[in-house]
Design a binder for this molecule. Structure first.
Ligand SMILES: C[S@@+](CC[C@H](N)C(=O)[O-])C[C@H]1O[C@@H](n2cnc3c(N)ncnc32)[C@H](O)[C@@H]1O
Length: 227
């Protein structure tokens, strides 16, 4: 399911607005904007320290979502919505990665949003599990971002390896998730809990206008060695 068939999807981030152009007719899933990236981004925006304003109740995500001076990388970024949005929420640097055929759509979207971003963000080809490409990204990262990337059983192991190899020991993986394939789903969660402590964001904490029953946000932290 795509988010909408409209060729352009606009999403506000604090005072800015991203405009994402998608091509649903292409043979590459990365040229479409998928709901997970918007659900993840709008969750982060909802609880962002600059946005959160309930003076009586402390913000449970204030520390998690303090992006200032932090580096991030997005895996399977597609049209780039999640990474661009988290950059607007304060990341100092973010690298948007995907496979070669998706790069033209990604670069087109970065150009389209250059004014809102006030910068052209870095991109890199990264096929999950490719160690040479991983080194070039210069890990470790404070944030590894991923949205709707679990749908092929054969890519699950390299995806988790890449998350583990890129995230700092005290960093986090922010994942927008939707069940796409029962086989990939089963393997992904079996392998994940070997490597990461997994926190699922309660559904009621998602942004009310960007919450779908089938879509979740997870936070992964590396398991401490010997634990
Ligand atoms: C369903 S799309 C999601 C795109 C984007 N994150 C979003 O939420 O709109 C999955 C993305 O993962 C990328 N991808 C799939 N397999 C990959 C692999 N083995 N290495 C790198 N990227 C991959 C695809 O090219 C695509 O951009």
């Amino acid at each position: 399911m795509k988010f909408t068939d409209s060729p352009v999807i606009d999403v506000s981030v604090l005072d800015a607005r991203l405009s994402l152009h998608q091509d649903n007719g292409s043979m590459h899933v990365g040229t479409s904007v998928w709901p997970c990236c918007l659900v993840l981004l709008k969750f982060a925006e909802r609880w962002h320290p600059l946005k959160y304003s309930d003076g009586e109740t402390p913000n449970p995500y204030a520390q998690l979502l303090d992006f200032s001076n932090k580096r991030g990388v997005e895996l399977g970024t597609g049209c780039g919505g999640a990474a661009m949005g988290l950059y607007l929420l304060g990341l100092r640097e973010v690298i948007l990665t995907d496979i070669a055929p998706v790069m033209p759509a990604l670069k087109h979207n970065l150009k389209r949003n250059k004014q809102a971003l006030n910068k052209t963000l870095k991109t890199a080809q990264f096929y999950w599990g490719n160690e040479e490409q991983m080194k070039l990204l210069k890990p470790p990262f404070d944030f590894v971002i991923a949205a709707d990337v679990v749908y092929l059983e054969e890519t699950v192991a390299p995806l988790i390896e890449s998350m583990e190899g890129l995230v700092a020991d005290d960093g986090v993986v922010l994942l927008g998730y939707q069940l796409r394939s029962p086989e990939a789903h089963k393997l992904f969660w079996e392998m994940c809990v070997e490597v990461f402590e997994v926190e699922k964001i309660p559904h009621e904490h998602l942004h009310p206008e960007y919450a779908y029953e089938e879509t979740d946000v997870y936070v992964f932290r590396k398991k401490k060695k010997n634990s």
